[in-house]
Design a protein around this ligand. Structure first.
Ligand SMILES: [Zn+2]
Length: 135
């Protein structure tokens, strides 16, 4: 599923690399046979799914088309579930981060935090900026 750009998809049945030279472009949908185990496979955007050979050998074009449509929509449903899950987790993280932000430090605490971040030299110039000496 998570194949990097220089890695070829693997057979959904035997897990052997499908090989690059004869493969269709990654952004396409195609049906092919595994050169190793002869399984009938669908390549969808680089993801490999084993197809039901019995259904695809049915003489009815309608049944075959319906089956392939189902394979595609199932795949995209799984993809969008995964994406939705990721978005939900990110959203939870954002909500959590905002919860901790709600406990904002009061003025003094904030000043202390600011001072802690500074080294001594910048702390002195910080003090000067607060109360500029009379010249
Ligand atoms: Zn195979």
């Amino acid at each position: 599923m998570d194949s990097s750009a220089d890695e070829f998809p693997r057979c959904a049945k035997c897990n052997k690399e499908l090989g690059g030279g004869r493969l269709p472009p990654m952004h396409s949908f195609s049906v092919l046979r595994c050169p190793s185990c002869n399984a009938l496979l669908a390549l969808i955007f680089g993801c490999c799914i084993e197809l039901n050979e019995k259904t695809l050998s049915n003489p009815s074009i309608e049944i075959k088309a319906q089956y392939l449509y189902q394979v595609l929509t199932d795949h995209f449903a799984r993809l969008s579930e995964a994406i939705a899950q990721e978005v939900a987790e990110t959203w939870e993280e954002v909500v959590e981060a905002n919860k901790t932000k709600e406990k904002k430090p009061n003025g003094l605490k904030k000043l202390q935090q600011n001072i802690e971040k500074m080294d001594i030299d910048s702390f002195n110039s910080y003090l000067e900026s607060l109360d500029p000496p009379d010249l």
